[in-house]
Design a protein around this ligand. Structure first.
Ligand code: GLA
Length: 402
C-alpha cells in the first residue's frame, strides 16, 4: 500500500491524511475541526451497470481516500473548502435543492440535505476537503466525498450509524439520495455502498435487490498477483445523458418483460426474454445485464476457489459485453484492456460507468510496472494524454480518523 500511495503521490500531488487535512482546515476555516473523517474511492471488479437493475456487483475500496475535516455551525450555513477548488463555497442549507449549490459542493450539501430529510436536522457545517482519489477517473471520487461527510454527520449528530453494517447501509442510502437528487446524477448506489461497507483485503458482493453484502476474501498478493488500475484520463461524465439513457432502456425492457427489474431474468431464460423484446438495442442491453449478473456469481465462485485464470476470463467477457452490447466503452479503455492482455494479464476490463474513466487488469505482481509502461506507450503512440497507472489493494471503509 505504501508503494501505491507513493506512486499516486507522484502522479497526483501530495497524499493527504487526517493530520494534513486538519492543518488545512486551520488555514482555510480557522480554529480546530471537531474531527476528521475519511472514505475511499472504489474499483468494481465485476458487475457493471447491474446495480440499478437490482443485480450483483463486486467492488473493492481503494487505498485512495477523501478526508473531511469538519466542525458544526449553528447558523444554518455550509462553508466548504477543498484543496481542489480555488474558491470556497458558502451556501445556506435552506437553499440546497436539485442543482444547487452545483459542482463538487453539491455532494457535500446533498448529504447534509439528505440527513435532514431523514429527520436529523443539520445546523450548518465548516468543512475542509483533501483527497487523493483521482477526480473524473471513474473511481468514485464523488461517493468518497459524500461518505466522508456522512460519516462525520453520523458522529456529530450522535446517530451512531458507523457502528454496524445496517447503520452503514443507511448512511450509504442517504449518500445515494444526495447524488441522485441534489447532484442530479441518476447513479445506482454501488459506489456509496462500497465506500461505506467495504472490508480491507475483501471484495464486497453487493446484492442490490436485497441490500445484503457478503465479504469475499481478496488478497491478490498472497497469490503473487496484483490489480493494476489504468486511469485513461479520457472524459468521464455520468450526468451527460448516456448513463441515464442506459438506465431508461433497462427500465423499458423490464416493463415489456413484466418484471420489476432485470434481476428477475435468470440467465437460463435469457433467450426467451430476448425473443420477446423484438428490439435489437434493448436485446443487447438486456443480454449484457443478465449475463453480467451471472458473471458476478461465477467470479465469486472462482475467487473462493483461488482460480484466478477463471477470474481473468470473466473480466475479459465482461469487457466485451460492456463494449459490444452495452456500448459504454471507448477507444482508450479498449486499448488499455487489449494492451494489458497482450502483455500477459490474466484479465482486464473497463470499470465503473464507462465512456472514459478507468480500466483494471489482473496481472502477476512482477508485471505491474511493465504492463503500466506498455499501456502508457500505447497511449503515447496514439498521441493521447498519458494514463495514470497504479496498483491497488482492497482497503477500508469510511470512518473517523481523528
Ligand atoms: C457508476 C455509478 C454506479 C454504477 C456504475 C456502473 O459508477 O455511480 O452506480 O451504476 O457506474 O456499474
Amino acid at each position: 500500500m505504501a508503494t501505491t500511495r507513493r506512486c499516486i503521490a507522484r502522479y497526483r500531488g501530495a497524499v493527504p491524511d487526517a493530520v494534513t487535512t486538519a492543518a488545512r482546515f486551520r488555514e482555510t476555516v480557522g480554529g480546530d475541526p471537531t474531527g476528521v473523517w475519511s472514505a475511499p474511492g472504489r474499483v468494481n471488479l465485476i458487475g457493471e451497470h447491474t446495480d440499478y437493475n437490482g443485480g450483483l456487483a463486486l467492488p473493492i475500496a481503494l487505498p485512495q481516500r477523501t478526508y473531511a475535516a469538519v466542525r458544526p455551525r449553528v447558523d444554518g450555513r455550509l462553508r466548504l473548502h477543498s484543496d481542489a477548488a480555488r474558491d470556497p463555497v458558502d451556501v445556506a442549507l435552506a437553499d440546497v435543492k436539485p442543482g444547487t449549490p452545483g459542482g463538487w459542493a453539491s455532494y457535500v450539501a446533498g448529504v447534509a440535505w439528505a440527513v435532514g430529510e431523514a429527520g436529523h436536522p443539520v445546523g450548518g457545517l465548516d468543512v475542509h476537503v483533501s483527497s487523493d482519489v483521482p477526480v473524473g477517473a471513474g473511481l468514485s471520487s464523488s461517493a468518497a466525498l459524500e461518505c466522508s461527510v456522512a460519516a462525520a454527520l453520523s458522529d456529530l449528530l450522535g446517530l451512531g450509524l458507523l457502528a454496524d453494517d445496517d447503520g452503514r447501509a443507511t448512511l450509504a442510502g442517504w449518500c445515494q439520495q444526495a447524488e441522485n437528487v441534489i447532484a442530479e446524477a441518476p447513479t445506482g448506489g454501488m459506489d456509496q455502498a462500497i465506500s461505506m461497507r467495504a472490508e480491507p483485503a475483501h471484495a464486497t458482493l453487493l446484492d442490490c435487490r436485497s441490500g445484503a453484502v457478503e465479504q469475499v476474501p481478496f488478497d491478490l498478493a498472497a497469490s503473487g498477483l496484483a490489480l493494476l488500475v489504468v486511469d485513461t484520463r479520457a472524459e468521464h461524465a455520468l450526468v451527460d445523458g448516456q448513463y441515464a439513457a442506459r438506465r431508461r432502456s433497462c427500465e423499458r425492457a423490464a416493463q415489456i418483460l413484466g418484471v420489476a427489474t432485470l434481476r428477475e431474468i435468470p440467465v437460463a431464460d435469457l433467450d426467451d426474454a430476448l425473443r420477446r423484446l423484438r428490439d435489437g438495442e434493448l436485446e443487447a442491453r438486456v443480454r449484457h445485464v443478465v449475463t453480467e449478473i451471472d458473471r458476478v456469481e461465477q467470479c465469486v465462485a472462482a475467487l473462493r476457489d483461488g482460480d484466478f485464470d477463471a477470474v481473468g476470463r470473466l473480466f475479459v467477457a465482461s469487457h466485451a459485453s460492456l463494449r459490444d452490447d452495452y456500448e459504454v466503452s471507448c477507444d482508450e479503455l479498449d486499448v488499455s484492456v487489449d494492451t494489458a492482455m497482450a502483455h500477459g494479464a490474466l484479465g482486464a476490463r473497463m470499470t465503473g460507468g464507462g465512456f472514459g474513466g478507468s480500466a483494471i487488469a489482473l496481472v502477476r505482481a512482477e508485471s505491474v510496472a511493465p504492463t503500466g509502461a506498455a499501456v502508457t506507450d500505447a497511449f503515447v503512440r496514439r498521441r493521447w494524454t498519458e494514463p495514470g497507472c497504479f496498483a491497488v489493494t482492497a482497503s477500508a471503509a469510511a470512518g473517523r480518523d481523528s
